[in-house]
Write a protein that binds this ligand. Structure first.
Ligand code: ASP
Length: 340
């Protein structure tokens, strides 16, 4: 019989409305189980690890990502897959971070949650939870069907590091426009076999827990002043994620180029991702991005914002040399970018 570990971190799925204040507050895992008697009928053994402090995912942080990675590492040989219950607000950050921390993952790690609490009559929590367990235990020829860090929500399975929270009021909370969905659940559970990644042959799981969160974000807008850009580029951080226009373009004003060059010369790594949710950065396609390539800005291709920030944290923890960080930012390491 398959064995699944459910890790409960918090989120709306496990919240209840306070009768007096109407504010949503976390409940414990036993109360969640009481709402899903169907769990008993699944043909698998379920182990549960509930975090001592149940949180709204706005309070998520890299220390908890490390704790999650440790839990996966210590239970890896005993279970067939993992389901992580997590608030949807920052789920894509945690899923992206975990995808980088878990190298050569051979078992499913499925993040899920819900838009309505599990106790609500119209809840989306039950379907999300039940199908996530189905996916976590799914095997073919004795191998996991989806040995990836994923997000399952509203009948769709997404690669974690390709997805972002797109809607705060519909059940369809996530999208991954730059990569196909990995499975869809309807009458049948259909896997997109050719889009699913598998670990390198003969390699076992390697867990990297050292993340460096010295990262700043520079989101551009027409009229941004030298003072604002300088403040961000001279902040005491090692990596900067720069959100640019269209296919990775920025102003060609000399003051801007000089500030970027100074930051890179001082040992910082700057990563160019686009404010567009669909499509890719193409450094050098327009005159307005050629100078970025010339000064040594890293190309983020079609990476999500969530992946960009967490990949930067992961690589800063792996490498001291900014050139190494830049090289790996531009390399597809966990299926997070399409390098054209
Ligand atoms: N605020 C909640 C959280 O992210 C929202 C959710 O769970 O969907 O924890």
């Amino acid at each position: 019989m398959s064995q699944i570990l459910i890790i409960y971190t918090g989120g709306t799925i496990g919240m209840m409305s306070d009768p007096l204040t109407k504010v949503l507050k976390p409940i414990n895992f036993e109360q969640i189980m009481d709402n899903v008697p169907e769990l008993e009928k699944l043909n698998c053994k379920i182990k549960v690890h509930s975090f001592e402090q149940i949180i709204d995912s706005s309070n998520m942080n890299p220390a908890i990502w490390s704790e999650l990675a440790s839990l996966i590492q210590s239970n890896y040989d005993d279970v067939d897959g993992f389901v992580i219950l997590h608030g949807s607000d920052t789920m894509a950050f945690t899923a992206s971070a975990l995808s980088f921390m878990l190298e050569d993952l051979g078992k499913p790690v499925i993040f899920t949650g819900s838009q309505l609490p599990i106790s609500a009559i119209r809840t989306d929590a039950k379907e999300n939870l039940m199908t996530s367990i189905e996916i976590a235990k799914a095997k073919k020829h004795d191998r996991a069907r989806v040995p990836e860090v994923c997000i399952y929500f509203d009948y769709k399975l997404f690669r974690g590091n390709r997805s972002f929270k797109y809607n705060s009021s519909k059940f369809e909370a996530f999208r991954s426009p730059n990569y196909p969905i990995l499975a869809e659940s309807g009458v049948h559970l259909r896997f997109s076999v050719n889009d699913i990644r598998h670990p390198q042959e003969g390699e076992g799981l390697k867990v990297h827990k050292n993340l460096v969160s010295d990262v700043a974000v520079l989101k551009l807008y027409p009229g941004i002043s030298p003072k604002v850009v300088e403040t961000i580029l001279t902040a005491d951080v090692r990596g900067i994620v720069m959100e640019t226009f269209g296919a990775g373009n920025t102003t060609t004003d000399q003051w801007f180029i000089d500030l970027l060059k100074n930051a890179i010369d001082s040992g910082k790594v700057i990563l160019d991702i686009s404010q567009c949710k669909v499509g890719t950065v193409e450094l050098g396609r327009y005159e307005t991005s050629k100078h970025l390539k010339d000064v040594g800005v890293a190309n983020g291709y079609d990476m999500t914002y969530e992946s960009a920030v967490t990949k930067m944290m992961y690589l800063l923890g792996q490498f001291e040399n900014p050139q190494d960080v830049k090289q790996y930012l531009e390399t597809d390491i966990r299926g997070e970018i399409t390098v054209s």
